[in-house]
Design a binder for this molecule. Sequence first.
Ligand SMILES: [Zn+2]
Length: 259
Amino acid sequence: MMNCDDSRIYLPAYLDDELDVAESLRVQKHLAECGDCRRVQDQQVVLRAALRDPGLRAHPSAEFAKRLETALRKAAKEEARSQRPSWFESSWTFRWVPAAVALIVVAAIGALLVVNRLGSSHQQLIASAVLAGHIRSLQPGHLIDVPSSDRHTVKPWFQGKLDFSPPVPDLSALGWNLVGGRLDYADGRPVAVLVYQRRLHDINVFLWPNHGSADDAIREESAQGYQILHWNGAETTYWVVSDLNKVELLDLARALRGH
Ligand SMILES: [Zn+2]
């Protein structure tokens, strides 16, 4: 069941309505039972409402607004007739909201493409979940819960948060820098994520216990610029997601398998 630590991690996404139904229900259930977490929720709701105060919004200087206005007039003469004092705010909204929606649609289509190319439907669901988890982790502040390059810090951090102890190998000698760990959700359960970096690429390694047989080969997929590698080890199921090139990512997968 969800504990307070998990609930605090999921709370911002819960309030933003970013969780799937199962995750959302788990948070709701915990909030119903836990007064401490409800108080944290109340505080966050109040803070969010305060941040939406229009008084906090930055308004452009008259000179800056005028320069933009002139540029816009030149670009589209018909806009000149509908200039209003609040035009800056409304045009900002109209320009960026569709862009954000388009990004979400692209991410969703990417997840569907993976669904169509992987074998079993169970694996399709997991591939969608780990790809969505990876994309979500790229948002500011979402990548790492425990920032550390030391496996002796990262491994104990998972204790009490998961019902298994994930292997956290030190692969720095092979050029794979551990930068931290995170809790995520896939295959209907909380899972561990190890975050490695190579150059500027983040690599998410999702892992959880494997109760079935081990695989001989690593399965490969790509969607939307991301590589997805998957295999079942003797004890652990691995899903590796990154925008790093496939050749290097396979090196990491072999290092994790060999460990
Ligand atoms: Zn709680």
